[in-house]
Ligand binder design. Structure first.
Ligand SMILES: O=C(O)CCC(=O)C(=O)O
Length: 279
């Protein structure tokens, strides 16, 4: 750890005060925006760490204009499991504060981390097409969510996440994948069912949390600045690997992020640390 480490002494152990309204909002809509989860100092200290791990991983990435014209290459740059690369990143990502928020929103007694990932949406990045997360993951449960944490103020023109409220209640609604077909399928679904879409600026220090069933996406980044964000996906401790929500051709889903556990086995690989247990 170097001398000018700005995260020294920042263990994020103090709990965040969730209101009953926050919990209700998450369960009713499938997403919630929490204000002031971290202080500006915490975000700025850990941003430096997370950015440096990310920059190292993206060192060889090609320029936007040289990337393939497929559906995903120009959406954002993503890299997984920063907590395994740097102990300060791990202190942030595995903090009891975040784990407790996830457990309280889902109403469970303990949570594990599925994975964490940096999602840096560069200037001129395209939309994140509408999609659901659940159909990609072998955890068929209502107790899986992602905490989305901007490392800079995520203004609307940078493409913060947007959510189709209430769509989590139907579990799997449409096609697996994040591509132009999922965009058009879910776009039509939202319009024809008049589903309210929530899209808000998310200042650094705030976070959004969304169920893995809720339909979500993001607009293109037209801001000229990089939208730096970290996602942490949590699930209830005790879940079994269950890929029954995944498309047939994708089964069985064996996921290295879950230690290659097979369907029917417990999702309890040491890689998936328990980060909160209710006492
Ligand atoms: O950051 C984005 O553009 C999309 C985020 C997302 O899909 C997720 O965190 O599940």
């Amino acid at each position: 750890m170097n001398d000018d480490d700005q995260t020294d002494g920042m263990d994020l152990a103090s709990p965040y005060s969730l209101s009953a309204e926050d919990v209700w909002h998450y369960r009713e809509n499938g997403h919630v925006h929490l204000r002031g989860v971290c202080t500006k100092e915490e975000i700025s200290g850990y941003r430096a760490v997370l950015k440096s791990v990310t920059a190292e991983r993206f060192a060889g990435a090609s320029k936007m204009s040289d990337r393939p014209e497929d559906d995903f290459s120009r959406v954002f740059m993503q890299t997984f499991n920063l907590r395994e690369a740097d102990e300060r990143a791990a202190k942030f990502i595995q903090s009891p504060r975040f784990g407790k928020i996830a457990a309280d929103l889902m109403g469970v007694d303990a949570v594990r981390i599925y994975y964490d990932k940096a999602m840096f949406k560069e200037p001129e990045s395209r939309i994140t097409p509408w999609h659901q997360d659940g159909p990609h993951w072998p955890l068929c449960s209502d107790h899986v969510l992602t905490m989305w944490i901007p490392l800079v103020d995520a203004t609307i023109d940078m493409g913060p996440p947007r959510f189709a409220s209430g769509t989590h209640k139907n579990r799997v609604i449409g096609p697996k994948g994040i591509h132009c077909d999922s965009e058009s399928f879910f776009g039509d679904y939202i319009r024809s069912n008049r589903i309210p879409v929530v899209e808000e600026e998310i200042p650094a220090g705030d976070a959004t949390l969304h169920s893995h069933w809720v339909v979500h996406g993001a607009r293109a980044n037209t801001s000229g600045r990089v939208r730096e964000a970290l996602g942490i996906t949590f699930y209830a401790d005790g879940l079994l690997i269950d890929d029954s929500a995944c498309s047939e051709e994708n089964q069985p889903v064996i996921d290295a992020n879950l230690g290659n556990r097979r369907p029917g086995q417990r999702a309890d690989h040491p890689r998936n640390q328990v980060v909160f247990v209710r006492s």
